[in-house]
Write a protein that binds this ligand. Sequence first.
Ligand code: 2DT
Ligand code: MG
Length: 212
Amino acid sequence: MAGGRGALIVLEGMDRAGKSTQSRRLVQALQAAGHRADLLRFPERSTEIGRLIGAYLQRERELDDHAVHLLFAANRWEHVTSMKEKLRQGITLVVDRYAFSGVAFTSAKENFCLEWCKQADAGLPKPDLILFLQLSPEEAAARGNFGSERYENSPFQEKVLQSFRHLMKEKTLNWKTMDASKSIEDLHNEIKTVAEKTMQEVKDKPLGELWK
Ligand code: 2DT
Ligand code: MG
């Protein structure tokens, strides 16, 4: 294709690291620079599966830990066809959380191993770039209190961080750690630079499959 494919760029990181703000800013900046770019987020709470996940997170309903893990993965799978089509058309996708949050959060629970958690997402479109917005628990705390959703407490978040650290050791994935303690503007400029470089590098390369 003339212009090549779009890039799949994922933002991950702990609560309050600025993933949503930075994802939005990145899409706006890419569009302003003349690129085609779309914003996605997981969980995507607007679908039937997403509403179930939303109710679970807001503690309106209980679900088995295995079942909810598979629902989070299913919520990604239900978007794969449209994601692939957009990437093929040259649209870059900026994704606020992806399978790495899926694995990090479930494997932070008792009796879940990383390998079992990864299976449900194996074969998803493989991100060309994963930006990990790194912020210490102290700095995160200084940005305000946790909300009232499930998982929003420090002991659990500590375990999630350990799981992310394991996942980041995988050298077949293009992880880049970003210092999220910087100002919104400085962090944005750094993210935009690496994103544009990645878009250029992957435009003529095939899209990969995650964990396969
Ligand atoms: P937000 O606050 O970003 O809406 O996330 N989570 C997320 C999982 O447990 N598994 C997943 O696969 C994903 C994508 C992280 C809501 C919470 O859902 C968690 C926080
Ligand atoms: Mg949240």
